[in-house]
Design a protein around this ligand. Structure first.
Ligand code: ACO
Length: 327
């Protein structure tokens, strides 16, 4: 059975930033409140002319360049997103923009767990021998669906995109994983479609509406994350026949610095081994893990051969962990 290697990473650079101070002119909040409760100092926002697809393609191009892989060599593009430009999916637009003419492309939606779910899904195609070169992209423009008058949520989110290239290899560097869902907790975090009936005739009505802004029960999401995330990482480590002592980096979905700290403490991982770009980016949903990965790779923090325990968690609710070696 072929193994899986992660051979390149990339991310999109969004120049527009919104500081906590600027946010405090939109809603009743302060820099001090946001920093002390979340660790976020600013977030990057997509420009009005940016599409989700163009940000995803930008991250993908960087990842392909690092991997020294031509777009024509990519056989599968998995785009993890909850904010496509088109409800029919945005992956094919990314395929076209990249010129990845041989690739099949589709979207995968698992909110903030999307990147981990897509990484594991892509790895199964490689292990099965179906494809040997795959692009996995996590991208979200949650600013489109944020209620900018709701201080409970608008301080948390930012926009971004990150990508990795996976290739078939002799040694399998995806060492273990575990994925979970619990739809009974769905109401804690939602971006729901809301419709009213539009009659077509006396007997028939169709639904007409739009998506309502993000709603969140912050305290319940917090409790869920700090209990379930350590558990799922330990299960994935068990499958990899490793312990937390064996990992070089803990790479969690960047939701809240306090969640990162609490999970690291439960797993007894020292703060120097926890990757965080919360302060600069906030929560970029499916983009957060590949974005933090790419920044750490480009900064020379993550080195080839380093073992990384990644974990995503979010709406669904969904959560999952993948343990892998970089490079
Ligand atoms: N500025 C100032 N005050 C605020 C703000 C704000 N931006 N937001 C809420 N408050 C107020 C509340 O109204 C409340 O006031 P009250 O006591 O008068 O009612 C007070 O601050 C405390 O509110 P709490 O909700 O108890 O604050 P908490 O300490 O729990 O922090 C937070 C809130 C940051 C949202 C926290 O619960 C959290 O991080 N939860 C996890 C959220 C998360 O990670 N979501 C995303 C994960 S999934 C995904 O990525 C899509």
């Amino acid at each position: 059975m072929p193994g899986v290697s992660l051979v390149g990473s990339g991310s999109a650079c969004l120049s527009a930033t919104l500081s906590n101070e600027a946010l405090s002119h939109l809603v009743d909040t302060t820099d001090e409140w946001i920093v002390s409760r979340t660790g976020i100092r600013q977030r990057h926002l997509a420009a009005a002319e940016d599409s989700l697809g163009s940000l995803a393609a930008q991250a993908a191009r960087q990842a392909l360049a690092m991997a020294q892989v031509e777009a024509e060599a990519v056989q599968l593009i998995l785009l993890a997103t909850s904010t496509p430009d088109d409800l029919f999916g945005s992956a094919c637009q990314v395929q076209a923009e990249l010129g990845a003419t041989r690739a099949v492309a589709f979207d995968l939606t698992a909110a903030c767990s999307g990147f981990v779910f897509a990484l594991v899904t892509a790895a199964q195609y490689i292990r099965a021998g179906a494809f040997d070169t795959v692009l996995v992209i996590g991208a979200d423009v949650l600013s489109r669906w944020t209620d900018w008058g709701d201080r409970n949520t608008c301080v948390l989110f930012g926009d971004g995109a990150g990508a990795v290239v996976l290739q078939a290899s002799d040694r399998d560097r995806l060492l273990g994983f575990e994925l979970c869902s619990d739809g009974t907790l769905n109401s804690y975090l939602k971006l729901p479609y809301q419709a009213t009936p539009e009659p077509l005739n006396a007997d028939l009505a169709v639904q007409k509406g739009t998506f309502a802004p993000i709603t969140m029960n912050g305290r319940e999401v917090y409790k869920f994350a700090v209990s379930r995330v350590p558990e799922v990482i330990e299960k994935a480590l068990f499958r990899a026949d490793l312990t937390t002592q064996d990992i070089d980096w803990l790479l969690l979905h960047q939701a809240n610095q306090r969640i990162l700290d609490a999970v690291a403490e439960r797993l007894q991982v020292s703060p120097e081994r926890v990757l965080s770009n919360m302060a600069d980016h906030g929560n970029t949903s499916a983009a957060s893990i590949p974005l933090a990965l790419d920044e750490a790779v480009r900064a020379g923090r993550i080195q080839p051969g380093d073992t990384i325990a990644a974990a995503g968690f979010g709406a669904g609710l969904t959560w999952g962990s993948a343990i892998f070696q970089w490079g």
